[in-house]
Design a protein around this ligand. Sequence first.
Ligand code: UDP
Length: 244
Amino acid sequence: MADTPRFKRVLLKISGEALMGDRSYGLDPNMVSRVCDEIKSVVDLGAEVCLVVGAGNIFRGVSGASAGIERATADYMGMLATVMNALALQGALEDKGVPTRVLSAIPMATVAEPYIRRRAVRHMEKGRVVIFAAGTGNPFFTTDTAAALRASEMGCDALLKATSVDGVYDADPKKVPTAKRFDKLTYLDVLSRDLKVMDAAAISLARENRIPIIVFSIFTAGAFSQVVCGKGVFTIVTDEDAAQ
Ligand code: UDP
């Protein structure tokens, strides 16, 4: 049973696809609710939690660009889609009694607060779950990079990447039954072996700011709170010294 948080302040990156459940598009309310139960259990442990959510369940810039939309425009569409996911998470968390604030990197005053770093820190100190919407606010970036950026700005102790598998493997475990899971990796391992953890910009930013990246399965009940307590199954990516 998870008890004391090893990490006081964490950022959880949730891909849009994690909110899709078995659907091929959009949001599955049951899945949103399950993810929010996991988040609530970490808040109940006394850890400070912030979230960055993607939009792969709705719209990705690269897909829009391949369909003929100008890349920057398509990326703005992707960023707007993250706002929809952020509002869905906000609604579900507040239904469960968890206080939240959505802060958008693209100002939209009637929907969310604008992103102001010091205000975000204050919300977290007050025990609110801060949901960062609209990525970095810039096209040509990803929400993984937004997650590493916000984790750095918030002074998070760890950046947790929620995926559908319980860590980083040397091959796709859904296709290769003998695939081996890594317990620990260095940022350089991830970059040099091109392991699919996060994009290179996100890895570099986390490395520069010495924020461990932890990859775990959001589909395993209780996994998020276990990982925050340093338990359970995951892969941790740290600097060279810490990973030895
Ligand atoms: N995006 C962007 N700038 C950012 C973050 C996101 O332009 O700082 C756009 C980009 O088009 C991306 C989309 O938003 O494809 C959705 O984000 P992402 O693909 O990272 O979502 P995920 O894969 O995590 O669901």
